[in-house]
Write a protein that binds this ligand. Structure first.
Ligand SMILES: [Zn+2]
Length: 426
């Protein structure tokens, strides 16, 4: 279904990442432009998903799971195509950082940031657009220093429906930005020679499972399933493919094959141009907290507080296996609920205001279940639990148990404060 792209003279690729756009909110207007695929996000937050999009590797292999990691130079896939100009653009996202210095730039080894109307041809242009990231469609500054935390508290008071409506407004803004990019391609006469991929890095929770919001955890359909739309004049418009999935890890092998490059390492994904059918399943991983470094206290706290999940998904649902246990997570959960230090707990508290004790306890228990149960099945996957477990074990065993050397960078308090305002906090 994408094989026809081989016969086209495609030289450039635009990957427009509408941040935090979940599958069930994919805008029809964009679906009408090309071929839509249900997609398995490799992870549940930007810092781990972008490296998968770029490298074709799942997080256990690319090893970028926190904002302190850097994608190894030999695994930079799409960013290492030497005949192409490379740009990673963040015009609407990471606005509190200087151009080219956002946390996404950092984890990807600092690729240049060049606007689409200035990139030299041929190019790989990747954009992280604010999309469905908090505070949905509103300026971050509107909620003071606390940013997303204050935004979610406010919408906890207003209710889930209002939150979802505001989320849609954020997506609408992102679509107009996307259309602006398409106009730029048209003005530059690059429509025929450019493959456009509209996708997302992870989904977003809008108060499900007892009042969970944002992204990063838990591993669930609202965060794992995202849309991908391939857009090119040779492709059928308005086609929606069902029964199979594609994965973030398929982007790199597909694009490199299309542009005639060989990769110098084995990827986890497949070249979608060669596929008669679609991949049947994909993995999604979440390991650790948003930060890793710290003193002994921080390290011991981290082992108790971090959320860890491995999961297998097909078109119809998935199996999630939590690594951390309820006994370890419960004190942290209670601490968060009492201390009100993160967006999640503030939203929960406000949305449960005035509700009876029984209702409140029920909501908290539901959240805890989705954050900690050793195995949770979502919807109706064709893969059974035993097979899912075996698939994960096989993948992880093949990586080997040897700890690889890692490059970690230090993130100062001011930057952490900015990340905190965007909801990245443990
Ligand atoms: Zn993101």
């Amino acid at each position: 279904m994408l094989g026809i792209l081989r016969s086209q003279e495609i030289k450039n690729v635009v990957i427009f990442v509408c941040d935090a756009l979940r599958w069930d909110y994919v805008p029809e207007e964009v679906m009408e432009m090309g071929v839509t695929f249900k997609t398995i996000a490799s992870s549940l937050h930007t810092g781990a998903s972008f490296p998968s999009i770029v490298s074709g590797l799942y997080p256990p292999k690319h090893r970028v799971e926190t904002w302190e990691s850097i994608l190894p130079e030999g695994k930079r896939g799409l960013l290492s195509l030497d005949e192409h100009s490379i740009s990673l653009r963040c015009e609407t996202m990471w606005t509190r950082w200087s151009s080219g210095e956002s946390p996404v730039h950092s984890v990807l080894g600092n690729p240049p940031e060049i606007p689409l109307d200035e990139t030299g041809v041929p190019f790989i242009y990747i954009e992280d657009d604010k999309g469905g990231h908090c505070p949905y469609g509103l300026p971050l500054g509107a909620f003071g220093k606390a940013g997303c935390s204050e935004f979610f508290a406010e919408y906890g008071r207003r209710g889930r429906q209002e939150l979802a409506r505001q989320y849609e407004k954020g997506i609408e803004q992102s679509i107009s930005q996307f259309k602006h990019r398409l106009r730029t391609l048209k003005n530059r006469g690059l429509v025929e020679s450019t493959l456009v991929i509209f996708t997302s890095d992870h989904g977003e929770l809008l108060g499900e499972y007892g009042g969970l919001i944002g992204h990063g955890r838990p591993c669930c359909p609202e965060l794992v399933y995202v849309p991908t739309i391939f857009i090119h004049p040779a492709l059928k418009q308005g086609d929606v493919i069902d029964g199979g999935v594609i994965r973030h890890v398929d982007f790199c092998p597909t694009i490199t094959a299309l542009l005639g490059y060989d990769l110098h390492y084995d990827v986890d994904g497949v070249n979608l141009l060669d596929q008669n059918g679609l991949p049947k399943s994909g993995f999604s991983f979440r390991k650790g907290s948003f930060f890793r470094k710290g003193g002994p206290l921080r390290k011991s706290l981290r082992s108790s507080f971090s959320y860890e999940a491995d999961s297998v998904w097909d078109y119809y649902g998935g199996h999630v296996f939590h690594r951390q246990r309820l006994a370890k997570s419960l004190p942290f959960f209670i601490y968060k609920v009492i201390s009100q230090t993160n967006p999640e707990s503030r939203f929960m508290k406000q949305s449960l205001r005035g509700k009876g004790l029984r209702r409140r306890i029920k909501s908290y228990c539901e959240s805890l279940r989705h954050l900690t149960y050793p195995h949770i099945q979502y919807m109706h996957p064709e893969i059974d639990e035993k097979t899912a477990r075996a698939m994960l074990n096989e993948y992880l065993e093949n990586i080997g148990l040897v700890e690889q050397e890692e490059d970690l960078i230090t993130i100062d308090e001011e930057v952490k404060e900015r990340l905190r305002a965007l909801g990245y906090i443990d």
